[in-house]
Design a protein around this ligand. Structure first.
Ligand code: PEP
Ligand code: MG
Length: 558
């Protein structure tokens, strides 16, 4: 492995590294939506008409350009659809008419978008759902006419480090290849922004309040492993870091094969996906967590059975085995189509499987769609947020009634971990979601940037719950995997294997480093590491005294 670069950067900021890798480049900030200024008296209406047209054309052209450079088919489709909406002749006619009647260009655009939005909402269904896209276009058009930076993901025309207060899942989906790294002021280590960033394989740091001071063009180096942002670096230094990053990515990308320890103990490495776009050929040995809610995040109407069958089949057709999770709505994954009222404490409210208490048809339609889409794929289905053995039993009955034969429960609530043996009387497997299990064990919001130490899955309290689940699985002869972010941590993977976890599921970008880490230890060493971690915690992960070695045995240094 290469040595760290020698240069000394003049300053640094600290956040939480959530997606590994070390790279560098100039900052481009995500601009805030523009404020509409007070109405301006118009002296030359034809000039305002011209400005309206130019702004809409600029927005459409910019979106087309981004679609052309987009990394995934999903992103291309989203960006092209937005570009078409910006080029809508009816929208333009309305804005031009208002400008010709004496409104300044910014207000003419704002009013035309508002009228168009109302029409879409009135049409409902698919069209109603596009209202949010229209708001984004309105912001872009108003910014363009006011000469302000375009809101949303910036597009400076060269590779950049994206700096933002926070990112929405929709922002993350459209990240193009020119984004070298991500730094956000807010967000937590297991927030969905972090998860999606990792799935894209770009180094990322969240909870970095100092990032507020970074300005467009500032040269920075971003270390997604340590959470450090070095500022004021020289271009030669940035270039050196980028070259090293490229070489390291290429080395890891070439890694192939099943997950196993140095002495051959198998630990299948599975993928966490939100759609077929997250699959990578040859990356994993199947899908260990298909988060179905990501397909329907922005929907205002329930997806039909046929629509769901098509979306699930797109993943099932490309993988020999898929563990699919039924909808996990709530808190950081709102599903507007469920029409659930706001709750004072949503993380403790109607989320995950609990939604079934008020919308039972949603689960039945989904189970039917999963069964129908299965084809030749070995489909396992599991419920999120199971708390009691009765919930596990009822879910298993419902899933089996739809012809699904491999039924499991996620362990994300301490109550479920405490009852692992009972749950396994009703279900065929368990999958430990360490993101929520950490949140609920430590009573620490998984998005809270100030509680990262409590959300660290290396904590012995959390590992003891994982160990209990693994033991129950061993006693029952049933698999117990981990699909939370802990599974993708190369330094934690041997510990989880040593606890008896039977598979690890993670984003495709995390697989090579985890594979390498497991290959460097024997199963007995995994067990020793697990014992130490259970009693003392996995403190080494912070001070780096323990680290996997690319070849030969790993060690715990005193
Ligand atoms: C988890 O909680 O660990 C998990 C895998 O589910 P999600 O992150 O989607 O809530
Ligand atoms: Mg969860």
């Amino acid at each position: 492995m290469s040595e760290p670069p020698p240069a000394e950067p003049p300053g640094s900021l600290l956040g939480i590294g959530v997606s590994p890798g070390h790279t560098a480049g100039p900052v481009a900030r995500m601009a805030a939506p523009p404020e509409l200024p007070a109405r301006r008296p118009v002296v030359d209406p034809p000039a305002e008409v011209k400005a309206v047209g130019a702004a809409l054309e600029a927005v459409a052209a910019e979106l087309e350009r981004r679609a052309g450079a987009a990394a995934s088919a999903e992103a291309v489709a989203i960006l092209e659809a937005q570009a078409m909406m910006a080029a809508d002749p009816m929208l333009r006619e309305e804005a031009e008419r208002l400008a010709s009647e004496g409104l300044d260009a910014a207000h003419a655009l704002d009013a035309a978008f508002a009228a168009h939005r109302e029409q879409l909402v009135a049409l409902g269904g698919y069209f109603g759902e596009r209202a949010a896209d229209l708001d984004d276009l309105r912001n872009r058009a108003v910014a363009a006419v006011l000469g302000l930076p375009m809101p949303g993901i910036p597009s400076p025309g060269h590779p950049f480090v994206l700096v933002a207060a926070d990112l929405s899942p929709a922002d993350t989906v459209t990240l193009g290849p020119e984004v070298l790294a991500i730094v956000t002021e807010q967000g937590g280590p297991t927030s969905h922004t972090a998860i999606l960033a990792r799935a894209r394989g770009v180094p990322a740091i969240v909870a970095c309040p100092g990032a507020a001071a970074l300005a467009d063009g500032d040269p920075v180096a971003v270390d997604g492993d340590t959470g450090r942002v070095d500022t004021g670096i020289r271009e030669a230094f940035a270039q050196e870091i980028r070259v090293r990053h490229g070489l390291e990515r290429a080395r890891l990308a070439a890694s192939r094969g099943p997950g196993r320890t140095a002495d051959g103990h198998p630990v299948p490495l599975l993928l966490n996906v939100g759609s077929a776009a997250d699959l990578r050929d040859g990356a994993g040995e199947g899908v260990g967590l298909f988060r179905t809610e990501f397909l329907f995040l922005d929907r205002r109407t329930p997806p039909s059975l046929d629509e769901q069958v098509a979306a699930y089949a797109a993943v099932f057709e490309r993988s020999p085995k898929v563990v699919v999770r039924t909808l996990d709505a709530g808190t950081d994954k709102p599903l507007p189509f469920l029409g659930l009222p706001p709750e004072p404490n949503p993380a403790l409210g109607l989320r995950g499987l609990r939604v079934d208490r008020v919308r039972p048809a949603v689960l039945d339609t989904q189970l039917a769609a999963i069964a129908q889409a299965a084809g030749d794929c070995e489909v396992w289905v599991m419920a999120p947020m199971v708390a009691t053995w009765q919930e596990a039993r009822d879910f298993a009955e419902r899933a089996r009634a739809h012809g699904l034969t491999r039924v499991g429960a996620m362990v994300e609530i301490p109550a479920a971990a405490l009852l692992a043996d009972l749950l396994l009387e009703y279900v065929d497997f368990l999958s430990v979601g360490t993101n929520d299990l950490g949140q609920y064990t430590f009573a620490a919001d998984r998005m809270h940037p100030g509680l990262a130490d409590l959300l660290d899955p290396g904590q012995p309290a959390l590992l003891r719950l994982v160990a209990d689940c693994a033991r129950a699985g061993r006693d029952a002869g049933k698999p117990v995997g981990v699909c939370g972010e802990a599974a993708g941590d190369p330094r934690l993977a041997p510990v989880l294997a040593g606890l008896g976890v039977t598979s690890l599921s993670m984003s495709a970008a995390s697989v090579p480093a985890v594979r390498e880490s497991l290959a460097g230890v024997t199963f007995e060493e995994c067990r020793v590491l697990a014992e130490q971690a259970l009693s003392a915690g996995f403190r080494e992960r912070h001070d780096r005294r323990w680290k996997p070695r690319p070849s030969g045995a790993n060690a715990v240094e005193a």
